[in-house]
Design a protein around this ligand. Structure first.
Ligand SMILES: [Zn+2]
Length: 449
């Protein structure tokens, strides 16, 4: 089985090479925007041949792109439009079905490419050479550069990995160019017998992640300090946005980057910890819906007093505090990816009622979470547990069920198909039969699933 990974290679440049790369990046970006405008005028087309006919000459003469890079620009814009069309059509379908009211606006204007990058195709505009050097295309022909990277990655490049496309990326604060190379790596196909442990991973606001194994071992990943720092950045951003001066905008960009990096690093480190703690495991992640991922905050209407001033109570002020949004989808994607490389497997299971269902007796009700607090207290059997751990355990149970089916049928059903209501209802009724016991795996077998 193949898995695509990205190797980040640092490019060692002379001042002349630095300028050459920078010029290529900027020309490539301007070319993307020019083609994007053209595609928009041509009825928002995603047809690469049409873009080629209309724009190729200009890309060569006006932007001085070598022919391969000119073709890459056309392909990239076509792919962007194709993606946007898919989203637009999905949105129309969802609006008809009354799933959403929001209109998709991604195709109202030509999509704009703001960050300078270059998309290189392997063996056409970049190749690896001996002595750890790489040759990449620029506006004035190829240049050869030494590169540095993780030992693991460089070995893969020099030996057995299948090499794919690469992206030239510029790290502004470090004033350094990187080449992000995608590599196809051979990994072992997982089997249920090979995955000895089952681990449910619940993601959420209070704890970024809580895990539980089928034997009841739990870990909590609070991320409180990172969240505080992220919230600090979010507040700072809000203030700068209100200011709106040019200096503020520049500052805003820097802070947004810093915030992004902070969250990314936190997600990486949590994913690493979870994967390392559980070798050869089958991880159960919850299927996040768009709504949960966004975790909307309701805006409250404020009452005005007689003087026209707003009276904001301490409670309202607290509710209006600026919070940073966390990307749980990214955290899950990292866990999935790292699990695969470590010989484990992560799957998605339905998230419905995982926080409201008692893992001991199966009683499901909102009242099981008094005041939506930290404590889960079953109203039927009076079982009490940390609320986030309940979520993780329910996910563990559902993952056990998936693994059990996998062992029995030899076929793994990975993604819950959200569009199929009947299949989902059938799954939910099976979940309702699940009960937690210190060794849930045995219990599951005994119950005859
Ligand atoms: Zn109960």
């Amino acid at each position: 089985m193949q898995q695509i990974i990205t190797a980040k290679l640092k490019l060692v440049t002379t001042p002349e090479q630095f300028v050459a790369l920078r010029q290529t990046q900027l020309a490539y970006r301007d070319a993307l925007n020019a083609v994007s405008h053209y595609a928009f005028e041509q009825g928002k087309t995603s047809n690469v041949t049409r873009l080629h006919k209309g724009m190729y000459a200009q890309l060569r003469t006006r932007y001085h792109l070598p022919s391969q890079l000119a073709c890459s620009v056309e392909r990239q814009v076509a792919a962007t439009y194709k993606g946007l069309w898919t989203r637009l059509l999905k949105n129309i379908k969802h609006r008809r079905a009354k799933i959403t009211k929001k209109r998709f606006k991604g195709l109202d204007q030509p999509p704009h490419y703001s960050s300078p990058t270059v998309q290189y195709t392997f063996e056409r505009d970049y190749t690896f050479q001996r002595n750890q050097r790489v040759s990449v295309g620029t506006l004035n022909g190829r240049i050869s550069l030494p590169y540095q990277g993780y030992h693991k990655h460089t070995v893969l490049i020099q030996h057995h990995a299948r090499i794919g496309d690469a992206k030239l990326w510029y790290d502004k604060p470090k004033k350094t160019f990187y080449l992000l190379v995608s590599l196809a790596v051979e990994v072992a196909e997982p089997t249920p017998a090979h995955l000895q442990e089952v681990v449910g991973v619940d993601v959420g606001i209070r704890y970024l992640a809580v895990t539980s194994t089928s034997t009841g071992k739990a870990t909590f990943h609070p991320g409180k300090r990172v969240r505080q720092r992220a919230n600090h950045y979010a507040r700072l951003r809000k203030r700068l946005q209100q200011k709106g001066t040019r200096g503020a905008k520049r500052c805003l960009q820097r802070i947004a980057q810093r915030e992004r990096r902070l969250k990314m690093q936190a997600n990486h480190s949590i994913a690493n910890q979870i994967i390392k703690q559980h070798p050869h495991a089958m991880f159960g992640l919850e299927h996040l819906t768009d709504i949960r991922e966004r975790a909307k905050r309701r805006k409250r209407k404020r009452k005005k007093n007689g003087n026209g001033y707003e009276r904001i109570s301490a409670k309202a002020r607290k509710a209006n505090r600026v919070y940073s949004q966390w990307s749980f989808a990214e955290l899950q994607a990292l866990i999935t990816y790292k699990a695969m490389l470590a010989g484990s497997l992560a799957i998605k299971v339905d998230a419905d009622y995982t926080s409201k269902t008692c893992p001991m007796c199966g009683y499901t009700a909102g009242e099981n979470r008094p005041h939506k607090g930290l404590l889960f207290a079953c109203q039927q059997c009076h079982y009490k547990l940390h609320a986030d751990l309940v979520g993780a355990r329910n996910l563990t149970l559902r993952t056990l069920l998936v693994r059990h089916d996998w062992t029995r049928t030899g076929c793994l059903s990975i993604t819950p198909d959200t569009s199929d209501k009947e299949a989902k209802a059938a799954r939910l009724s099976r979940y309702a039969e699940l009960r937690w016991s210190p060794d849930a795996s045995l219990r599951l077998e005994a119950d005859g699933y």
